[in-house]
Design a protein around this ligand. Structure first.
Ligand SMILES: Nc1ncnc2c1ncn2[C@@H]1O[C@H](COP(=O)(O)OP(=O)(O)OP(=O)(O)O)[C@@H](O)[C@H]1O
Ligand SMILES: [Mg+2]
Length: 252
């Protein structure tokens, strides 16, 4: 039983890795991320002083595609030759380490708790570095609200062109709200056919309550063949851009 569970988990990781953006990805997928990247490049900080460099990626609830979207936003910037840091700040359900097969066992938590120095992984040819979650603490929210976390993001912004932070669902725990207070912009992911309007409204309200700069909503997994459905979907129009990538579209 345990063996078959392990096999299923390994297969799931392989499938997820195939969903990472690359040069051989289907045209529609690449196009969707180019559009998303371009939209984000035009996003200004809350005081309109400069374009956003640091982004938190969150969503209303679990499994809406935050981690995959964060990873693919990071890849799409790196494909432009930009220096990108992808930070896994989801201490509830770390994903990036498995997604990228990173060997490091330490990460953000160890650094914030002053247990270990910050370790970065470079897992592709692209100018993209990854910080994993590391040793999960009993008090993620406290660590994330520390001055050390704030100055970590600030110093990363000095060194990298873009910093993309993967976070837990904002309607479930406070972590993404905390992070949204010190990043330039917040990207919300909504999953087509899954996220309800009420859930999305609650998520946008949570970002605003925290004083976060909501850059837009990514509509993930939209069935592009379903034009009728697409035209009914209001999220993209309301918040400035619409991105969608669906598996069915991915078939070559
Ligand atoms: N557009 C998509 N098409 C197909 N599968 C997708 C898509 N987006 C995400 N998935 C899959 O859905 C699952 C959940 O995605 P992901 O881990 O990115 O979500 P999450 O919001 O980060 O979840 P959690 O809240 O648990 O951290 C993964 O198996 C991922 O590969
Ligand atoms: Mg995740």
């Amino acid at each position: 039983m345990k063996k078959s569970n392990n096999k299923a988990a390994a297969e799931a990781i392989t499938v997820n890795r195939r969903r990472l953006l690359n040069n051989d990805a289907p045209f529609a997928m690449k196009e969707a991320y180019v559009k998303l990247r371009t939209s984000l490049m035009f996003c200004m900080t809350a005081d309109k002083a400069r374009p956003c460099k640091t982004f938190a990626v969150t969503s209303a609830k679990p499994s809406e595609g935050k981690s995959l979207t964060a990873a693919n936003i990071a890849i799409s910037y790196a494909m432009l030759g930009k220096r990108v840091l992808l930070v896994d700040a989801d201490m509830r359900k770390p994903t990036q380490r498995r997604l990228w097969k990173v060997e490091l066992s330490t990460g953000l938590c160890d650094y914030l708790a002053k247990i270990w120095q910050l370790e970065l992984a470079k897992v592709t040819e692209l100018p993209l570095w990854i910080v994993c979650t590391g040793t999960i603490p009993p008090n993620p929210s406290e660590l994330l609200s520390s001055d050390r976390m704030k100055s970590f993001v600030e110093s990363c912004a000095d060194y990298y062109d873009y910093v993309i932070i993967d976070t837990p669902p904002i309607n479930t725990v406070a972590d993404a709200q905390i992070i949204s207070t010190f990043v330039d912009g917040v990207v919300l992911v909504a999953r087509s056919g899954n996220t309800t309007a009420d859930e999305l409204n609650a998520a946008t309200a949570a970002v605003r309550r925290a004083g976060g700069n909501l850059c837009g909503v990514v509509l993930n997994g939209l069935n592009m063949k379903s034009v009728k459905y697409a035209s009914k979907y209001k999220y993209g129009d309301k918040y400035g851009y619409r991105y969608s990538y669906s598996e069915s579209y991915g078939a070559k």
